[in-house]
Write a protein that binds this ligand. Structure first.
Ligand code: HEM
Length: 155
């Protein structure tokens, strides 16, 4: 497996860790790219999520490439994604029901695409990140709420 880690040096910042994760999950960059394409094909047709993406994305290829790097970083720790997902979602017209819908499509596509270990690995991470993004959306809307000042605490 030293060879696998060696081959990964061009595509991963942590080749040993990526090789171990690939072994444990059965995931690869190539199958993550296919998964991203299949998942967003569903999202684009979805009556609730499709219009939200259509209003913001005119070119899909850069988004698919970015999302492949994102999932490669999250699932295989390749360190290839450098972006700001919280900022990208903070102003979207979404509530938890949109995240639930997104997760339903994600779980379906992951379960159809991968063996159980790989699907579970991705789904657990998607669920955790969806919760964080939802909090970011809620926080950006709460910006008009009064902020705590030092004198408000423990008074
Ligand atoms: C309510 C469900 C969601 C909607 C409607 C949504 C919508 C979008 C849209 C429209 C963009 C493109 C933003 C732009 O380029 O201007 C985007 C980017 C992105 N989304 Fe989502 N998203 C959702 C949930 C999620 C979840 C749950 C994840 C992760 C698990 C995620 C990860 C990302 C990432 C990494 C980007 C790229 C951000 C960047 O680097 O620019 N999204 N999303």
């Amino acid at each position: 497996m030293a060879t696998a880690a060696h081959d990964l040096r061009a595509t991963s910042a942590r080749p040993d860790m990526t090789a171990a994760l690939m072994r444990e999950t059965g995931l690869t960059d190539a199958c993550l790219r296919q998964f991203v394409e299949d998942f967003y094909a569903q999202v684009r047709c979805d009556p609730v999520l499709g219009p939200i993406f259509a209003a913001r994305l005119t070119e899909w290829e850069p988004h698919l490439a970015r999302m492949t790097d994102f999932w490669s970083s999250v699932a295989l720790m390749t360190g290839r994604y450098h972006g700001r997902p919280m900022e990208a979602h903070a102003q979207l017209p979404v509530d938890w029901s949109h995240f639930e819908r997104w997760l339903t499509l994600f779980r379906q596509t992951a379960t159809e695409s991968f063996a159980p270990d790989g699907a579970a690995h991705l789904i657990a991470r998607a669920e955790r990140i969806a919760r964080s993004l939802h909090i970011a959306v809620e926080d950006s809307r709460a910006s008009a709420a009064p902020r705590l000042r030092p004198t408000d605490r423990g008074a």
